[in-house]
Design a protein. Sequence first.
Length: 282
Amino acid sequence: MKLPFNIDLKDKVVVVTGAGGVICSCLAHAVAMCGAKVALLDLHLDAAEKFAEEIRKEGYIAKGYEANVLDKESLEKCHEAVLKDFGACDILINGAGGNNPRAQTDNEYAELDDSKKEIKTFFDLDEKGVEFVFNLNFIGTLLPSQVFAKDMVGKKDCSILNISSMNAYTPLTKIPAYSGAKAAVSNFTEWLAVHFSHLGIRVNAIAPGFFSTKQNAKLLWNEDGTPTARTHKIINATPMGRFGEVDELVGAVLFLLSEEAAGFITGICIPIDGGFSAYSGV
């Protein structure tokens, strides 16, 4: 990976949740290249440790940890391990999140004859599925903040970065739980920024637009590899005419984490979306 610019994170301890995924493993790699000691947290230890090993092979400091962002006891146990290995957390990147098929509809628009179709409508959404998606994104941001931000109290140059989404601005069709949860993440980012302002802990977020990852592959690509109708809609509504590349998130993240560059910035959410949020469709 080539960084767009470098910031000094030497001796900083950075905790990244959801680090077994494509986006957050990339962010973990980037902050490690800036000199940080990086704790990669994921529900699946093998995934976190796989990316940690890749970072270590390049000569940087990283270790994978198993943690469930919906279980405070699991997070506390992980926190103790990180303290022992690296020391107190200086920066937290809340990247755990995602969607689930149980919380999405098959149809974009409700129609009068839906009951005659073999589709999952709004009325068929699974309550537990909706609850899981909302909790994974919102509670999965709140609990790690409760556990790791305690380390930041009384220290300088500490911050929290949350991962929101374009869904937080305008909800996409089919995925009401994910859209609602990401709106909650953006709102929580503002709330926490104000709440922690007297402690000097900055809290910001990024809102990625459309990136093609394993998690959303079934929505974007047919089994034969051709783009779905949804992909065509996304590209047509993105002025830059393409999906984003994961490493295109790095510049905004490093900027927000830099005390020198963004020391007076807190409570914001930066869209990284190829112009999607600015385009009216006309």
